[in-house]
Design a protein around this ligand. Structure first.
Ligand SMILES: [Zn+2]
Length: 69
């Protein structure tokens, strides 16, 4: 079994929308990225809808509700 380079996950950097910490996540072949913030543990899932539209879902841990509201 050989693995081609195109199957490898691409690392992506993103700031946590919740606390602003820089995190590194990985993008799979379907264009989905998943991050977990190392600081506030919020989970972000980035889904590619089309070339111009990404959708980001953020799940914030119960203990630290949204800071910016
Ligand atoms: Zn965070």
């Amino acid at each position: 079994m050989e693995q081609t380079k195109t199957d490898a996950w691409v690392s992506v950097k993103m700031f946590c929308p919740h606390c602003g910490t820089m995190n590194v996540g990985y993008k799979d072949q379907n264009g989905r990225c998943r991050f977990q913030c190392s600081r506030c543990t919020a989970v972000m899932v980035c889904v590619r809808k089309n070339r111009r539209h990404d959708q980001i879902e953020i799940t914030v841990p119960k203990e630290s509700e949204r800071m910016n509201v």
